[in-house]
Design a protein around this ligand. Structure first.
Ligand code: HEC
Length: 147
């Protein structure tokens, strides 16, 4: 109990000390070097933030497809796309297009169109809907290299 009192007394003392310092700071004549330091700090902080956001924007703009990374993403495509002449029967009978060997750009824009809803096929929309830009780029790279 005694030590608790001492601890809280110390705590309050500290608080008051800080408040005193604050008040003291306000009543002193304005310290310009302090302001300059603050300005420098903010300029540096701003520069760092700008750099970080530029770096992020750059990496979002050029997602590079990695065919190797697609190898564990194609499992769910193979069921339909790997079988020549295969027809998916839901909700109607669809001819499943060959995607192997098509250009990466074409595959990428097709998947993005399904994801956005510009292409309407429900199965492909469902599949593309959960893909990231990276997934799409990887799959496009993978299938464009297939014969
Ligand atoms: C359930 C069967 C099924 C699965 C699974 C499936 N697809 Fe499809 N996919 C289709 C059908 C059917 C179409 C044609 C749809 C249309 O007419 O728009 C299609 C179309 C496409 C197209 C457009 C082809 C073109 O020539 O325009 C691409 C690209 C594609 N799929 C990629 C994929 C990828 C990548 C996966 C795996 C992540 C996948 N699909 C999984 C059935 C499937």
């Amino acid at each position: 109990m005694g030590s608790l009192c001492v601890a809280s007394a110390l705590f309050i003392g500290k608080l008051q000390g800080n408040q005193l310092k604050c008040c003291f700071g306000l009543t002193r004549p304005f310290d310009h070097s302090l302001l300059d330091n603050m300005k420098k700090l903010f300029t540096q902080l701003f520069a760092i933030l700008t750099l970080v956001s530029v770096a992020q924007a750059a990496s979002a703009a050029d997602v590079v497809g990695n065919a190797k990374a697609a190898e564990n993403k194609v499992a769910m495509c193979i069921g339909c796309h790997a079988i020549a002449g295969y027809k998916a029967t839901y909700p109607e009978v669809f001819q499943v297009p060959m995607i192997g060997g098509q250009s990466a750009k074409y595959i990428e824009s097709a998947l993005q169109a399904y994801r956005k809803g510009d292409r309407k096929h429900p199965t492909m929309r469902g599949i593309a809907g959960s893909m990231s830009d990276q997934d799409i780029a990887d799959l496009a790279a993978y299938y464009s290299m297939q014969k």
